[in-house]
Design a binder for this molecule. Sequence first.
Ligand code: ADP
Ligand code: MG
Length: 258
Amino acid sequence: MIPGSETMLEARDIRLSFGDFVALDGVSLSFRRGGVTGIVGPNGAGKSTLFNVLGGQVRPQGGAVIYAGQDVSHLPAHRRARRGLTRTFQISRELGALTVLENLMLAFPRQPGEAVLPIFFRKTAVRQAEEEAIEHARALLERVNLWRLADAPAKTLSGGQKKLLELCRALMLEPGFVLLDEPAAGVNPVLVGEIADFIRTLQGEGMSFGIVEHNMDMIAALCDPIHVLAEGRVLTSGTFAEISANAQVTDAYLGGVA
Ligand code: ADP
Ligand code: MG
């Protein structure tokens, strides 16, 4: 961990079981403010489950989630998102039928005052908010070179373009922290590089990230610190060089494959 660095998001002693199966067995770890923190580990280690707990999609049986110094454990996902803590979601089959631009517009929060304003002002306010949302979406899509595909159905995008769209959808909420679950999975190497560059640019603008990824080139290029999860526990944490040199980490991966 970089000395003097501040924690933005923290999991404290998270415990979660599915029936008799213990998926998260007292997980405590933190994500750096302004940083890109990595989570690695073999399949079934509990990485996605941990992100579901942090994002508020799943309630753990024990432990707490602290975001920006506040306990958000009791907040549902949409209220965490309103505070700036969000995550990407895979584009579902239903959303795949919508265009790229429509996918971003759906991510835009409902407009304030829609129900209370008189009809004339309501229309004006809604139209204005919608125009702002389109401008915001356009700016994002231009940054990732997808604006030219704004009217294409999302399902026609390549694997990497879909990942960029998922990220842009999360960015519509102007978050402070984004959780990315396997942003490089099924993506060709050129686009993996573009996704990594975009994440680094956003980091430079002050955004913080947590990334689960099996692509070690991406982890090595972006993440510090990196937490290694195995069988629902934190095995070790450190820089890429530190975890690579740790024999326990190699064993965990071999154990996961066997
Ligand atoms: P990872 O993302 O590290 O590959 P997951 O967090 O998806 O692992 O899953 C961790 C373990 O919890 C796996 O053994 C998985 O089968 C189990 N699991 C995940 N979600 C559920 C669920 N909804 N019901 C039962 N078991 C689950
Ligand atoms: Mg997973």
